[in-house]
Structures are given as C-alpha cells and as structure tokens.
Design a protein around this ligand. Structure first.
Ligand code: ZN
Length: 315
C-alpha cells in the first residue's frame, strides 16, 4: 500500500457551513466530521474563529475543534482572521491555523476592513504568538481572490506573487492560492502556482479552488501538474460565492477524490465511505442542495481506486 500522494483538505465544515444561512446543529456537525474522518480524510477545516454575531453558524467552533482533535491522525484546522481568533483557536486545541489574506485591496477592505499591508502585519503577530505559545501548530495563509475579484475585477498577478512572498517572509509555514470567487482558469492556475513556487518553493501550499463556473476539476488538475499536493475541497460542493446564486461553490470532494483515484493518484480516502458521509450533511441541513457528479452517477462498475482499503485499514 502506497501512502497518499495528495492531501485532500476538507473545508466543508468551515467554507461550506459559513455560506449557508441556516446553522447546522452541533451534534450533526460532530457526526459529519466523524464520518469524513472515517472515510480517510486526514485534514479538516472544522470552523472559523470569528465573532458569533457575525457568523452564528460558527458559534460552537471551540467545541467542534475539541471534538475533532480527539480523532486519531487528524489535522484539525481552523480559520482565524486575526490575533484574537488565533488565540481562541490555540486554546481550543487546533493543530493548524489558516489566515485568509486578500490579494485584492478592494476585497480586503470590504471583507476585513484592513489593507493588505495591515493584514500582513496581523499575520506577523499571529505567527509570533503561535511560535511563542504553541510551536507545534502550523500556520497557513490562503491568498484569497488570487484569480480575480468580484469587486475590483482582475487582480494583477504581480500583486498575488508579491503578497505570497511577503507572507512567506512573515514566517508562515505555507502560502496557498484561493479562487474565492470562482474566476480561475487552468492556464492562469498553472501560471500563478508556477510563479509563486519559483519565489517561495516548498512553502507553496494548498490550491483552494471553486467550481462556480465548472472549472474546479480542470483547475485542480492544472495545479497538480504544477506540483501542488494539497487540495481544499468541500463535500457536496457546499460553500462558495454568494454572487453566483445557484452555482456550486467549492470543488466537490467526492469528484476530486474520484478524479485522483481514477488516475492512480492515492488520496487515502475511501470513495464509498465518503459518499455515505453525505447523509450526515443532509441530516444536519435538510433541504440544502448538494452538488457532485460522482455521487449522482455513482462509482463506476469495476472501478479500481488507487487507495486500497484492506480489512478496514488504510495506509
Ligand atoms: Zn472557498
């Protein structure tokens, strides 16, 4: 059995749940996260540490982190927008923090009321706090609106690469690129990941791609071909862009796992168990539309995944 060749980072409990108007009850969240872990996912972004009055869907995040941290082998990730959030995440026991920093100045001001420079300063403070109090905890930055912005339109590629370099210099472990608004195309994904890797090398982090215009898998493959090995994805395609109603949001985990497994690239995830985990999502958010071509069509007959599960054990 070969170890997983890619890391699928499930972001549904954060990116997905924060985008739907209703709040999933805590017990359903925990059961869903358990099922995702049982399917073989080994990194899950379980929530975000933002004030509950801004995002009531995340009011139970500390409890969710504490629960997830007891699942064996799981890296529990949490989004933190600032130092106060980071401190709360560390107290709750998160293993990895992710900080979104907009490449678009307009998006940054609208979203966090801070300029990009102010956000880089915030990141520096967070890194210092983490290194001083919880040295085992990893810090990741996701450059949001890296491929385009619904407010300002095009985002200059030099701005994205420059910001990635500043964030790496601020001391974070990884810098990923996020297609927050679902505007990326494969040629652009290639170009930007290549340019970022040329500057920051091994610190190049996850591809966070959305499927708003149907290019999520094509963009993921382009990122893979540029050497990206961590992919954010969301079960049922939950999440995404409020400006594109009716469109699916994040890349669908089930479809992404199917693509890689069919290509012989092991994800460590059992596709049948992953699809079965949708029942928890449906139970916790009744009536919420779920996306995904593979769950609709089914796993093809005779499908041989790259990840082999023997007697319930996996690599
Ligand atoms: Zn997203």
């Amino acid at each position: 059995m070969s170890p997983p060749a890619v890391l699928i980072s499930e972001v549904g409990p954060r990116d997905g749940l924060q985008s739907v108007p209703r709040t999933m009850p805590t017990a359903h969240k925990l059961a869903w996260i358990d099922a995702l872990h049982a399917a073989g996912l080994r990194e899950i972004e379980v929530g975000s540490f933002v004030p509950a009055k801004l995002l009531p869907q995340m009011a139970d995040v500390a409890e969710v982190v504490a629960h997830a941290a007891r699942l064996p082998g799981l890296t529990v990730m949490a989004l933190v927008p600032n130092r106060r959030g980071a401190e709360a995440a560390l107290t709750a026991g998160a293993h990895k923090l992710t900080i979104p920093v907009s490449a678009s100045e307009a998006h940054s001001l609208a979203n966090v009321r801070k300029t990009r420079e102010q956000m880089v300063g915030e990141v520096r403070d967070i890194v210092a706090a983490v290194r001083a109090t919880a040295p085992a905890v990893k810090v990741e930055c996701g450059v949001s609106t890296a491929f385009g912005c619904t407010i300002q339109g095009a985002v200059p590629e030099a701005d994205v690469v420059g910001l990635a370099v500043e964030l790496a210099e601020a001391g974070v472990d990884e810098v990923g690129l996020s297609d927050t608004t679902g505007m990326a195309n494969p040629a652009q994904v290639r170009r930007l990941f290549r340019a970022v890797r040329a500057e920051i090398g091994e610190r190049t982090g996850a591809a966070h791609l959305h499927n708003t215009r149907g290019l999520g898998l094509a963009n993921s493959l382009a990122a893979w071909e540029e050497g990206v090995r961590t992919f954010d994805a969301s079960q049922g395609g939950l999440g995404g862009c409020p400006y594109a109603p009716g469109a699916s949001g994040n890349v669908v985990t089930e479809d992404l796992v199917f693509m890689f497994e069919a290509m012989g690239i092991a994800t460590g995830v059992d596709l049948d168990r992953l699809i079965a985990a949708r029942t928890h999502l449906q139970a916790g958010l009744p009536g919420e539309p779920l996306y995904g071509m593979t769950p609709e069509a089914g796993v093809p007959r005779g499908f041989v995944p790259a990840t082999r599960v023997v007697d319930g054990a996996r690599p």
